[in-house]
Design a binder for this molecule. Sequence first.
Ligand code: IPM
Ligand code: MN
Length: 365
Amino acid sequence: MKLKIAVLAGDGIGPEVTREAVNILQAVAEAGGHEFTFSEALLGGVAITAKGTPLPQETIDTALDSEAVLLGAVGDNKFNHLTPDKRPESGLLQIRQILGGFANLRPAVAYPALAENSPLRSNVTQGVDILFVRELLGGLYFSQPRFWNKETGEAVNTMRYTRDEVVRVARIAFDLAARRRKKLTSVDKANVLECSQLWRATVDSLKPEYPEITVEHQLVDSMAMHLMNVPRNFDVVLTENLFGDILSDESGIITGSLGMLPSATIGGRINLYEPVHGSAPDIAGMGKANPLGAILTAAMVLRHSAGLEQEAAAVEAAVQQVLTAGHRTADIAGRKAAVSTQQMGKLVHAALAESIDRSQSLHAV
Ligand code: IPM
Ligand code: MN
């Protein structure tokens, strides 16, 4: 199969982790005779520095000319003095809007090999396999009015949702739950917010169409607690934009490191793939970053844009194998010696190559 991938590596550790993800995609393409092409473009702080804007037109063109967009990370402390609309992050928010994906899938899987990395007891994290579905184009991030009036000392952001916006993301969550353990937890703050009452009523209105799915509603504050206390109780977790941003970072505690978490945004014109972690400027360029979040994101590209489910699973298995063999980047090393970003990428590549060889010789038999 053919796939045109736009690569927006972004800021900080973005380029170094993205390089490892691209290497893995190239390995899969070579082994399977697929044709993946990669075009790079600037996004975020690097784009401000080079072009004066976080999302240059060339980047938009490259992204819209692709079939999947692979993003590294965006954000640079150099631009902290700028208003939100001028910062590197605004480039990310704009490209999300342009690509149109509204359902951001953020799996949080507890790898047994990393059980000791979580501050939670291993009997709490054991077997955790959650899929967050975060609404990505609405709520406080995008609704109008929004402003900060420095004269009057007033600032406003607006949380707005329409029924249609909730329906479309909820359907994706229901469909995903149907293919998993058939449980959907919808997160809101319906005891305080009208937006959340709409959210809850809309999710409930879809229940008759999905009789096999068990639906529960959780208030976001108690969800934050349950997520640490009984994470195994959750299968698919549906949230509005900001709640999902917060809870998905929290789920990094379960997996042992934020550096392990991938994401895919689907439902729009072009899918967008980005690890959950940020640009980590403090360790940028030092080879300390964990590329596994980006590599697992590459697996999501294979699954959701290339239709290569087996290959996606093989990449995930290779990650698991490398962790089981004891290899660690600094964020998950604890008292063990750490390997570099690049070495970790090579280790996954080698494990993947081995499993591809094995399956090819099986086919040959
Ligand atoms: C994320 C990030 C972004 C978000 C920022 C960088 C705009 O935190 O993808 O979780 O808030 O969506
Ligand atoms: Mn976030």
